[in-house]
Design a protein around this ligand. Structure first.
Ligand code: MG
Length: 369
């Protein structure tokens, strides 16, 4: 096994977007952290961050399971790479733009394998659109079957890429990536299959696309006993019935299942942890208030509900007339459209504890990004 240095380029100016795109959370984690994790999962054994004044402190405090080094980025991409490979220790160097935070560990792994075997492994994709060269009003159709688009990671044997970057002549002035430098130095690049998902965060629309890419799912389930002398509250709605659900809080079983689904999707501890039933603060608590606390807790991680689906398992009373009102309440608290909330109710045809009227249960699925 080779030792592998990941060079993560975090020095790009973000002025085009009006904020530091590399530190803005994408479904809870910023591009720098996501890219670093993908490199490590892909087999990198140390990371060199090429930073700007904007990204330095984040990179310095980011905790990683592998050693890291920080170098100053340069005015041009190639200056940043030159600084970073100068302090690298690996036999193989994986150079990656932090803005390509959708990169999969398998692409990183394949680029390392390719560099071990062929000297380089450059992620690239073919072109499926028709492409024209537009030059002062003259259009020339390019043969798309011969076109390839470069991505990162671009991975090389250390001594070869050091040699390539030792060139500083005018011929390197237009080099916008490592593959160009490598080819200019006389080496033959070896390509590996990149991915359309491995795009670069450049415009605000890219963030919307990335958020969708990182959507996560969680499930939740809950049951409460039906007893006399309690109100029946489901989905935040007071439902007329001769019995209600027993519990420390208002025992809103649907909301509890939804909270657990949201927390699970967010990688957060479940409601038993968050709102223990031994804590008097939650005695008779309104579960919709607890749900809004869950949404706040998620927001602190940069995560937001994207969709919720829940099914209530209940023999009696009939819940269909109340589902729309429940949806409206969830929509207000979760900050998502009623269309993104699915609620249904089912009986168990008289079977099981729900069917015998001993309890009401609910199961939920939530998506989060
Ligand atoms: Mg419960």
């Amino acid at each position: 096994m080779s030792s592998v240095t990941g060079v993560l380029l975090c020095a790009g100016s973000s002025t085009r977007m009006g904020f530091d795109k590399l530190q803005k959370p994408v479904a809870g984690r910023c591009a720098i952290e996501r890219s670093a994790n993908a490199l490590i999962e892909g087999g990198v054994t140390e990371i060199v961050f090429a930073v700007s004044a904007l990204s330095r402190s984040f990179c310095e405090t980011l905790s990683l399971p592998v050693p890291k080094k920080i170098v100053e980025g340069g005015a041009e991409r190639r200056d940043s790479v030159r600084n970073a490979i100068g302090v690298s220790a690996g036999d193989i160097i994986v150079i990656h733009d932090a803005a390509r935070c959708m990169v999969s560990p398998s692409i990183v792994r394949e680029s390392i394998r390719s560099a071990e075997e062929f000297g380089s492994g450059i992620a690239a994709v073919s072109v499926s659109d028709t492409v024209f060269l537009s030059d002062e009003g003259t259009l020339t159709r390019l043969p798309r079957e011969k076109l390839i688009r470069m991505q990162t990671p671009q991975t090389f044997r250390r001594y070869e890429i050091l040699q390539a970057y030792s060139m500083t002549g005018s011929e390197t002035a237009d080099a916008t990536d490592d593959c160009t430098m490598y080819a200019l130095a006389g080496f033959t690049p070896h390509f590996i299959e990149g991915s359309e998902d491995n795009f670069k965060l450049t415009s605000p629309a890219d963030f919307t696309r990335a958020e969708k890419f990182f959507t996560r799912y969680g499930t939740g389930f809950d049951t409460h006993r039906l007893v006399e002398g309690r109100k029946l509250i489901l989905g935040g709605i007071d439902i007329p019935f001769e019995k209600g659900l027993l519990g420390h809080s208002d025992a809103d079983v649907v909301t509890h299942a939804i909270m657990d689904a949201l927390l699970g999707a967010s990688g957060l501890p479940d409601i038993g942890h968050l709102f223990p039933d031994t804590d008097p603060a939650f005695k008779d608590a309104d579960s919709m208030v607890l749900l809004s606390k869950v949404v706040e807790t998620m927001a602190r991680k940069g995560l937001h509900p994207a969709g919720v689906s829940a099914e209530i398992i209940c023999q009696r009373p009939k819940l269909a007339p109340h589902l729309e009102a429940m949806k409206k309440r969830y929509s207000d608290i979760l900050g998502i459209r009623c269309d993104d909330i699915a609620l249904s109710a089912t009986t168990t045809e008289g079977m099981n504890d729900e069917g015998k009227g001993l309890c009401i249960s609910a199961q939920a699925v939530a998506s989060v990004r």
